[in-house]
Design a binder for this molecule. Sequence first.
Ligand SMILES: NC(=O)C1=CN([C@@H]2O[C@H](COP(=O)(O)OP(=O)(O)OC[C@H]3O[C@@H](n4cnc5c(N)ncnc54)[C@H](OP(=O)(O)O)[C@@H]3O)[C@@H](O)[C@H]2O)C=CC1
Ligand SMILES: CC(=O)N[C@@H](CCC(=O)OP(=O)(O)O)C(=O)O
Length: 317
Amino acid sequence: MKKIFVDGLTGTTGLVINERLSHYDEIEILQIDEHKKKDLEEKKKFLNAADIVFLCLPDQAAKESVALIDNPNTKVIDASTAHRTHKDWAYGIPELSEDHRKRIMTSNRVANPGCHASAFALAMYPLVKAGILGDDYPVTVHTLTGYSGGGKELIAKYEDSSEFNPYHQAPRHYGLGLNHKHLPEMKLHAGLSEEPLFNPIVGNFYKGLVATIPIKTSLMKIKKTGREIQQFLADYYKKSYFVRVNPYDSNDNLFDGGFDVTGSNDTNYCDLFVFGNDEKGTMVIMSRLDNLGKGASGAALQNMNIMLGLDEWTHLI
Ligand SMILES: NC(=O)C1=CN([C@@H]2O[C@H](COP(=O)(O)OP(=O)(O)OC[C@H]3O[C@@H](n4cnc5c(N)ncnc54)[C@H](OP(=O)(O)O)[C@@H]3O)[C@@H](O)[C@H]2O)C=CC1
Ligand SMILES: CC(=O)N[C@@H](CCC(=O)OP(=O)(O)O)C(=O)O
């Protein structure tokens, strides 16, 4: 029986992880008294008694919790941004390569990736690694995301039912200082030499995220059409259970419904799409996931499954 402690259990990410953990027979969940959850002495006991700790906390609190761990057998999966570019931490996207998967399997410190960054890296990493896109490709990425990505504070703003709630009027751009906290991990884990230009937009829906990356054939190092890129990605991910590469030219007609950003919700899949115009040599890669699924809690549980030697899809399908 493995002992699991979720630090930040009552937050947005923690609650989803806790609900999913209730389906496992082979684990025991250690419960800290809600009133003592920020008491470091009390917390230290739970952190060191656990085989696996999930940190579902703000960055500073996550660092504080890691510093309290002195049990060499305690493995940590950190959902925060704090350790995602730290060289001693494995980056928790096993599908990127066999090396990524092995590192997660053997490491006792795993940084769970950000939701925007997961969608971005799954689209970009194979293309940069294969040299199709140079590491200096001038990358732009737009994301459209549900408001749960902003945690309890943003959820409260969106779910405030005052008569006039500006958040309900139209989607909102943010991160306009071009310094979003995911930029360092996007650059590092996509294998780029520079950060992408990143333009996130949040809409009035709870969850679901899509990253859209426009690409021009003429700027590629190895020139490929949209159709060839789709085929390349389909081959790259053919053995990955949770990355699905959809057929080229899937229906994108707005009057037939258009593209549904929520289409991967309540799953642990990342769905990749390539739309394009081969005559013009232009394409967009779209990478869609549930920001609380493959973008957070689902990914954290997938990493736990790998770290415990279980099938990675255990209780995720
Ligand atoms: N929401 C999402 O889609 C995603 C979030 N993440 C990351 O996961 C982490 C948690 O985010 P999220 O769940 O959205 O945040 P929330 O704000 O919803 O929840 C954070 C929780 O942590 C608790 N908390 C804060 N400080 C401490 C502390 N020192 N000790 C114990 N508990 C504490 C809070 O309790 P209280 O409210 O009582 O202070 C709250 O319950 C963040 O680092 C975020 O970046 C990652 C991927 C996706
Ligand atoms: C809508 C919204 O605010 N989203 C968050 C990202 C949430 C996420 O998944 O990333 P972290 O794990 O890094 O928090 C943002 O853009 O900062």
